[in-house]
Structure formats: structure tokens, C-alpha cells
Design a protein around this ligand. Structure first.
Ligand SMILES: CC(C)(COP(=O)(O)OP(=O)(O)OC[C@H]1O[C@@H](n2cnc3c(N)ncnc32)[C@H](O)[C@@H]1OP(=O)(O)O)[C@@H](O)C(=O)NCCC(=O)NCCSC(=O)C(=O)O
Length: 451
């Protein structure tokens, strides 16, 4: 027994369903393997907690796992808001391509300030052509924005950050310590994570996928965002099963409330860049003092060592940096960056984070020491780059009506249908006790009683 460090062997779980996303890389294989990792670690936890008389069987539906890497929610007669703002996207520079990520107002302002133009796509396009890709990337990042030049795999593997990422483990574990898990009388073979309090300080897709997964097996997930924060293009998809609250961590009362919630949490998952939590007063020492028995797993964009370790980033940018969009371009014989058909780095990192949480819980339940877990989108890209593709000819192009549950889910935006679950672990099926709410709609309290 030890903490998870790699994808599970394919004979460790049963696979049903067929097909694959059409892609230069093994996206569907990654989807199934990361669901398998969650299943394997949940099975270990259930065994360690004596929730199951024998080791539970893990079953992954390969088609549904692939589809969960896209959108899981189909609105019923209304449109999901766009994920992207009007100027986000790929632009040609004087010497190549760059992607601007401008969904957050301060990131958009940083890019426009450097380019000295208004938020108009044509004006941005003309201005970008006057720059070299790497100089513009550096200038936008220096301004507090986010962007990524398109690099080939060969260039990335020789880049100082590419080299640093290749030295990171897939899941970095550090700072061993012994913890005592809180008894959860609510936990059963059907709902093994019932009563587990998960404090979620993650945003957009990767981290939120991990906590959605834990909620799918009964965990009480409380997500905390800065007041007014919104991500309308993804929230209906990933707030499923969670409570979502706003807390201003720069105010004394907000920070105090967060500290109280942390002291009551069993699991802390966050997606703040290295140093960002410390700047808010939540240093490691403080977290250890408040919640010595917590499991903690975190992600960043570009890895945990190297010159870009603290760089802001998103899946689509890491795909540009790490050579994925360039490899896709060659593979598709295209004349522009060709990303993966889904945001696979986000989703894979999210499921691996959930597996890491479960792994630490299983170790602790067996009386073993645990560690803090660190993952990154860039390291997940390296995992994808070496994963073998199956030779299936059956292309998954998107979800069919039969891939969705019949039941209507009343999300905070309107009703819709959710994809059928892709993972079963013994008697535990993935389902969510609550529909997807809007951000900031709950009080900053746990749904489970504090005794
Ligand atoms: C997600 C981010 C790009 C968001 O970028 P930023 O908003 O610019 O991040 P910062 O952490 O610097 O936060 C900006 C400021 O908000 C402050 N801040 C943050 N949270 C709070 C709360 N709750 N209350 C008050 N203030 C807050 C923080 O201290 C900073 O203050 P000042 O310092 O005073 O300004 C980054 O956090 C990041 O790279 N995270 C790691 C990777 C990641 O999770 N990526 C998204 C998932 S990937 C994905 O889903 C995708 O590809 O899409």
C-alpha cells in the first residue's frame, strides 16, 4: 500500500463501452485510465474503512468517461453561456502563433494594455502581428496577464520549464505526517464519502472536476470564491453536487470564517499558484495549525519547480506551451494551432486530484502516514504525450441523447440532462445529491452537522 503515483494497470478495473475522441493523443484512453484511478483509490478506501466485505470491483464506461471530459450537462431549451470572451483565442504573430486567455477582466486588461488596443478582435489581431510570439507572451505575463506562444514538443522539452516539468512526478507527495481521520458514521458501501467535508478553493475546470467527483460519492463539498467571481461558461457543468459560497479572504471576517471552515474540513483542495495562499495569510504553518488532520491536494498550471512555477495558466495555454497544439496541427495537416478535442489536461488533472485525495484517505484509514499532494496541468500533458492510443476506428464525436440520464436536473440556470455516470465502485454509483447551483448561493457553512 502506498500513495498513488501513476495510472492504474488496465487489468485493475473492468472497461465497458467503445470508441475514442479523434485526436493526435490518447485522450479517450487517458479519460478511462483517470476514472480507473479514482475507482481504484475509492475501492482501497472502502476496504480500509471496512465498508465492503471484499475488495469492490471497479467498472469504467469508456465512452461515458470520454464524454465526461467534455460537457456533462445538456440544457433543456436554453443555451449555456459561452466559455470564451470575445477576444480570447489564437493569433498569428510575426513569427508564429500565440493564444490570449482573456476571460477574466484583469487578464483581458493586461493583454490590451500591452497591445495598446481596445477590446476589438481585428485591432488585437493587427497589433499581435507586430510582435514575436515569445516577446508578447513575456510582456503579457509581466503585466499580470496570461498567454502562451505555440511551441513544438521538441522546443518545449528543451525549454527550461519543459525540462523542469519533466523532473516533476505525476503526483508530487511531500511533507509526510500522521493524521487521524474523523469518524463518519454516515459512510456506507453505497455512499462511501458521505459526511466527508471537502473545502474547495479551486476555479474553472481542473480543481472543480476533482471536487465534483468526490461529491459524486457523497462528499459534502463547499466551494469558496471571491465575492462576485463567476465562470458562467463552466459552472453549470462543474458545480454539480456542491454548495458554493463567497468569502472575501482579504477582509478579517472573511479570512476568519475561512479558517473556521478549514478547521472543520477533512479535505482541502486548492488551485492557488505557489505562494498565492500564503499571501492571503493561509501559510502551510497556519493550515497545519488549523487543520492538522486534513488531507490536502493542490494543482498549479506549469509545475512546481522551474522559472514558470508561479505562472498563471489554463489548459488551453499549457496545450500551446507543451507542444500539444503544434503536434495537433501536424497530425490534422492544419495551418493553425490544433488543440485537443476536449480540455483533457484539466479533466485528467481533476480526476487524478480526486484519486490523490482518496489515496491519502485510504492510507490514513490504514494507519499509514500521508503527504500533501501536488499536481500540475503541464505534468499531466507529459503523461498524455507518452500514453499509447488504441487502434479503434470508432470515433466519439459527442454525446447522443441515450448518453444522458432521463431525469431532469434543475440547475441554478435552468433544467437540463446530465450525462450518465461513467464509474461504479462495488455498490457505490456516482450520483449527486444536489443539482448544480450558481456560485455564491450558499451560506459559508457545511451541509453536514458539526458536532
Ligand atoms: C486560475 C488562475 C489563472 C487565476 O489567476 P488570478 O485570478 O490572476 O490568480 P491569483 O491567484 O493571482 O488571484 C488574483 C487575486 O485575487 C485574490 N483572491 C483570490 N481569492 C480570493 C478571495 N476569496 N477573496 C479575496 N481575494 C482573493 C488573490 O489573493 C490575488 O490578489 P492580488 O495578488 O492582490 O491581486 C491562477 O490562480 C492559476 O494559475 N492557478 C493554478 C492553475 C489553475 O487552477 N488554473 C485554472 C484551472 S485550469 C482550467 O480550468 C482551464 O484551463 O480552464
Amino acid at each position: 500500500m502506498s500513495l498513488i503515483s501513476a495510472l492504474p494497470a488496465t487489468d485493475g478495473y473492468r472497461k465497458t463501452g467503445t470508441g475514442a475522441w479523434s485526436s493526435v493523443y490518447a485522450v479517450s484512453e487517458l479519460a478511462t485510465a483517470t476514472f480507473g484511478a479514482v475507482g481504484q483509490e475509492l475501492a482501497r478506501l472502502m476496504t480500509a474503512l471496512n465498508l465492503s466485505p471484499s475488495a469492490p470491483n471497479v467498472s469504467v464506461d469508456h465512452r461515458l468517461a470520454s464524454l465526461w471530459y467534455q460537457y456533462s450537462f445538456k440544457p433543456n431549451g436554453w443555451e449555456m453561456p459561452s466559455l470564451w470572451d470575445a477576444i480570447a483565442g489564437d493569433y498569428q504573430t510575426a513569427d508564429g502563433w500565440i493564444r490570449l486567455h482573456t476571460n477574466l477582466p484583469r487578464h483581458r486588461a493586461a493583454a490590451l494594455k500591452v497591445l495598446e488596443v481596445k477590446a476589438d478582435r481585428d485591432a488585437v489581431s493587427q497589433a499581435v502581428r507586430r510582435w514575436s510570439a515569445s516577446e508578447l507572451e513575456s510582456a503579457i505575463v509581466a503585466q499580470g496577464g496570461v498567454s502562451a506562444a505555440m511551441r513544438s514538443r521538441a522546443v518545449w522539452l528543451e525549454h527550461p520549464q519543459g525540462r523542469a516539468v519533466s523532473r516533476d512526478p505525476l503526483i508530487g507527495w511531500h511533507s509526510p505526517r500522521q493524521i487521524k481521520l474523523r469518524d463518519r458514521s454516515e459512510a456506507t458501501a453505497e455512499r462511501p464519502l458521505a459526511g466527508l467535508r471537502v473545502l474547495d478553493l479551486t476555479r474553472v475546470l481542473a480543481g472543480p472536476v476533482s471536487t465534483r467527483t468526490l461529491a459524486g460519492f457523497g462528499a459534502d463539498v463547499l466551494r469558496v470564491d471571491p465575492p462576485g467571481w463567476d465562470e458562467p461558461g463552466v459552472i453549470p457543468d462543474i458545480s454539480l453536487g456542491k454548495s458554493c459560497t463567497y468569502l472575501d479572504l482579504k477582509s478579517p471576517s472573511g479570512l476568519e470564517k475561512l479558517q473556521e471552515l478549514l478547521s472543520q474540513a477533512d479535505v482541502f483542495v486548492h488551485g492557488y499558484r505557489p505562494g498565492a495562499l500564503d499571501a492571503l495569510g493561509l501559510t502551510r504553518a497556519k493550515r497545519d495549525e488549523l487543520a492538522p488532520n486534513r488531507v490536502e491536494v493542490t494543482l498549479d498550471a506549469y509545475g512546481w519547480q522551474g522559472p514558470w512555477a508561479a505562472r498563471r495558466g489554463f489548459d488551453s495555454l499549457v496545450q500551446m506551451s507543451a507542444g500539444i497544439a503544434d503536434a495537433g496541427c501536424d497530425w490534422a495537416n492544419a495551418d493553425k494551432p490544433t488543440p485537443l478535442p476536449v480540455q483533457a489536461l484539466d479533466h485528467a488533472t481533476g480526476y487524478l486530484m480526486a484519486a490523490a485525495v482518496l489515496s491519502a484517505l485510504a492510507e490514513a484509514a490504514s494507519g499509514n502516514a500521508i503527504m500533501l499532494g501536488q499536481l500540475s496541468l503541464a505534468r499531466t500533458a507529459e503523461l498524455l504525450a507518452i500514453l499509447g492510443k488504441s487502434d479503434t476506428k470508432e470515433v466519439i464525436a459527442g454525446a447522443n441523447p441515450s448518453d444522458y440520464s432521463q431525469a431532469l436536473e434543475e440547475s441554478g440556470w435552468g433544467s437540463g440532462h446530465r450525462l450518465k455516470p461513467a464509474l461504479t465502485v462495488g455498490a457505490a454509483k456516482m450520483f449527486w445529491d444536489k443539482p448544480a447551483p450558481k456560485l455564491g448561493t450558499s451560506a459559508p457553512v457545511w451541509a453536514t452537522a458539526i458536532t
